[in-house]
Structure formats: C-alpha cells, structure tokens
Design a protein around this ligand. Structure first.
Ligand code: DX5
Ligand code: ZN
Length: 217
C-alpha cells in the first residue's frame, strides 16, 4: 500500500480556501490536515471552528484536525460538529490522555495523539492500543515552512516497534518539514501518513506534487 498524504491547508491561500479545497478534492490526497493554533499552547494563532466548518462544506476527503491548543477536551464536540474525522490532541496538553481519547472515540471520531519533538514515543506505550493515529512532530509546532528535525527517523522506528509489540493498529503520521527528500526515508522507517504544507502549496503544481509523494510505496 502506498503512503497516505495529508496536505496542510495552513500553507494554502486563505482568501481562496474553496478553490484550494477543490484542488485537494481533485488530487490523490488522503486526508486534509487542519492545523488549529490557539496562541497559548503554541506561539501562533491560525483559525478555529467556523473555518473548519467552512472547509468541511467543500471537502470530499476526511478532515484530519490537529489541535495545538490547551484544554482540548472543551472543544472536541465542536470540532466533531465542524466535520473532523480524526482529532489529534497534544500529549503535552492533556493531563488525562486516556480519558480524552475515550471522549474523542465516543464522538465517533478517530483518536490521534501528537507529540512534540522533545517528547519520547515511549510515553505512549500504555495507551498505544487506544490510539488510532500518532502524529510525530518533526518541527516545533506553531508554524509552517520550518526545517525537518532529523531525530524523527529514530522516533518513527521506535514507535513502529512499540505498535507491533502491542499488536495495535495505530497509524504513524509525520508532521513538519516533509519534502521529496525525507518522505521516502520516513516511509521506510515506518510512517503511514505524511503531512505536507509548504512543500505542496508552494510547488508550481500541487496536484502533481501530491501525485509524486503518493508514488512512495
Ligand atoms: C506545524 C503544523 C504543521 C504545518 C506543516 O505547527 O502542525 O501541520 O502546517 O507545514 P510544513 O509542511 O510547511 O512544515
Ligand atoms: Zn499539523
């Protein structure tokens, strides 16, 4: 099976969001990655619930919502209602991660956990069977267009071992600085989903760029 591609609309043209979503609908993208930043958990503010809802009106692909916010429990239902298919919360923002994951599943969404570059994958061991997707941050969250952190490969390999050992079905997603050079290496290390923001949207032909990424086996 080929790798899944989740273009991040953080790098898209917000003034032409409908056009951008239609472009993604016509592409081979598997998910649409939606980055929510609150200016507290991360030093930047992106957009929130009404914009997610507007995106969902046009999207024909599942919305992969990445919550870079404090108190995510408070907003899970709102994001579900706005159209989220996958909701990822940050490990670092959850005091009761197991409870939060159950809450996401009760809403009928897939439950994801995102981890910052400094957070060890080992910390997810005891909840790995409850997680549908782990989003390994390969940049510090908050901004698009940053440089990929090389230590990520080790984390992907280690997490893959943990998943296999637990007999879990968790997908491994990589988020930040993904490009044509690191994508095949990430896939070989065990990644299932690659988020790509600036690499897709800054390219001359985003549909073609997504197609090229999809060729990675
Ligand atoms: C970073 C976001 C990423 C970002 C990826 O905080 O979570 O999803 O949009 O953008 P690129 O691919 O440009 O690093
Ligand atoms: Zn993201």
């Amino acid at each position: 099976m080929s790798v899944k591609i989740a273009p991040s609309i953080l790098a898209s043209d917000f003034a032409n969001l409908q056009k951008e979503i239609e472009m993604l609908n016509a592409s081979e993208a598997d998910y649409i990655h939606v980055d929510i930043m609150d200016g507290v958990f991360v030093p930047n503010i992106s957009f929130g619930i009404p914009v997610t809802e507007a995106v969902n009106k046009h999207a024909k692909k599942p919305l992969d919502v990445h919550l870079m916010i404090v108190n995510p429990d408070q907003y899970l239902e709102a994001f579900k209602n706005a159209g989220a298919a996958i909701i990822s919360v940050h490990y670092e923002a959850c005091d009761h991660l197991h409870r939060t994951l159950q809450g996401i599943k009760q809403l009928g969404c897939k439950a994801g956990v995102a981890i910052n570059p400094h957070t060890s994958v080992e910390l997810l061991k005891d909840v790995i069977n409850d997680i549908d997707l782990v989003c390994i941050m390969s940049v510090n969250p908050g901004f698009g267009g940053q440089k990929f952190i090389e230590n990520t490969y080790k984390k992907v390999k280690k997490l893959k071992e943990i998943i296999i050992e637990a007999g879990a079905h968790t997908e491994i997603e990589i988020d930040g600085g993904v490009n044509e050079k690191n994508a095949p290496l990430l896939r070989a290390a065990g990644a299932d989903v690659l988020v790509a923001g600036s690499f897709v949207f800054s390219s001359a032909d985003p549909i073609e760029t997504i197609k090229e990424l999809k060729k990675i086996q």
